[in-house]
Structures are given as C-alpha cells and as structure tokens.
Design a protein around this ligand. Structure first.
Ligand code: HEC
Ligand code: HEC
Length: 151
C-alpha cells in the first residue's frame, strides 16, 4: 500500500508542469493577455507576481499600469493562484522564462528558432506550445515554427 501511494506521489510530481490550471479570470484576460499570451498564474511564484504587479508603469519597457482597483484585484488573483513547483522553484526574478528549470528545459533550442519573427522570444509561449492557452505544455503539443515537432 505504502509503495502504491509513493508511486502516485512520484508520478504526480513528474507530470506537474505539463499542465497548469487555465487563466480563467476575465479581468486578468482583458488586462494581461492583450500584448502577450495570458500567462497562467501557476507559471510564476507569488514573489515573482508581486514584483511584476509592483512595477506596471515600467513593464519590460512598456506602460501596463492599471487603476488601483484593477491592480488589487489582479494581484489577488495571481498571488492566490501562484505556482509552487519545480518550474517556479528558485526563481527570484519576475520572469517565468528566467526560472532555473525553464532555462534548463529550453537551453537546447537553437537561437535562430527563437529570434525568428514567428516566435520573437521565449516569452511567447503560445508560438511553440500549441495548447498553451489550455495550460498544456506537454512535449507532444510543441510545434516550433519553421522547424516542426520537437521530439
Ligand atoms: C502594453 C503591453 C503589455 C501589457 C498590457 C502587459 N504586458 Fe506583460 N509584457 C509585455 C512585454 C513587452 C514583455 C516582455 C516580453 C519579451 O521579453 O519578449 C512582457 C513580459 C511579461 C512577463 C514576463 C514573461 C517572461 O519572459 O517570463 C510577465 C510575467 C508579464 N509580462 C505579466 C503581465 C501581467 C500580469 C500583465 C497585466 C497586469 C501584463 N503583463 C500586461 C507587455 C505587456
Ligand atoms: C521556441 C519555442 C518555445 C517557446 C517560445 C517556449 N517553449 Fe517551452 N518548450 C519548448 C521545447 C522545445 C520544450 C521541450 C524541451 C525538451 O524537452 O528538450 C519546452 C519545454 C517546456 C516545459 C517543460 C515541459 C515538461 O515536459 O515538463 C514547460 C513547462 C514549458 N516549456 C513552458 C513554457 C512557457 C511557460 C513558455 C513561455 C514563457 C515557453 N515554454 C516558451 C519550446 C518553447
């Protein structure tokens, strides 16, 4: 019995990152998914979200500021649903794409496939993860533009 439980725990922790809960908050979708794909809150830890939300006037070179009311509502939504997994572990930045696990998972992708106009940067999750919108990051749903499936 104990072995079965342990097996389940290991299985769950191995498959965790392949899928995260969808970003289903209407205000978040409206305000935070216009310039880029709406990153699911579970992709970043709570301290990362606090950093992002703490400096929206100077948001990666753009102004993404909100009214105090909207700011507070979105801050609550993202921090309450923040990630606590190997994808978010050890990430002291406000970028999902700077987490140690993220860097390790993406280090084999050639620069030219990232720099190309169809992708632009590793921040554009949905350019390669065809089911990113649904929170599915599994390998079988990765298609890199001008390259194809990643296997
Ligand atoms: C005016 C456009 C704009 C709006 C609105 C906007 N962003 Fe961004 N965001 C950007 C740009 C530009 C980047 C940098 C992308 C890059 O480096 O390719 C970025 C990057 C990010 C990143 C880091 C992605 C990574 O590389 O890991 C996070 C997290 C983020 N935004 C969250 C938010 C949240 C939360 C909101 C809503 C409060 C929001 N953004 C609204 C333009 C915007
Ligand atoms: C240029 C295409 C590309 C972009 C853009 C991209 N990824 Fe990936 N991603 C990949 C590839 C390829 C892999 C598989 C790497 C491997 O296993 O060799 C991967 C792996 C992953 C994994 C690990 C899946 C697992 O099996 O556990 C996660 C999670 C992930 N990506 C999330 C993201 C997120 C979130 C973003 C946006 C912030 C993003 N990726 C942007 C191509 C991309």
């Amino acid at each position: 019995m104990r072995r079965i439980i342990l097996g389940c725990v290991i299985l769950v922790s191995m498959t965790w990152a392949k899928s995260v809960p969808v970003a289903n908050d209407a205000l978040y979708q409206k305000e935070c998914a216009s310039c880029h794909f709406g990153y699911q809150p579970a992709l970043l830890n709570a301290s990362g979200w606090q950093k992002v939300m703490g400096n929206l006037q100077d948001h990666f070179g753009t102004d993404a500021s909100l009214s105090q009311k909207e700011h507070d509502a979105i801050l609550t939504y993202v921090t309450q649903n923040a990630g606590n997994s190997k994808l978010t572990q050890g990430n002291t930045t406000m970028r999902i794409s700077q987490s140690p696990y993220f860097i390790k998972e993406h280090r084999r992708i050639p620069e030219r496939l990232i720099d190309q106009p169809e992708v632009k940067s590793l921040s554009q999750c949905a350019a390669c993860h065809t089911k990113a919108e649904q929170g599915d990051y599994s390998e079988r749903n990765i298609v890199i533009p001008n390259y194809g499936r990643w296997e």
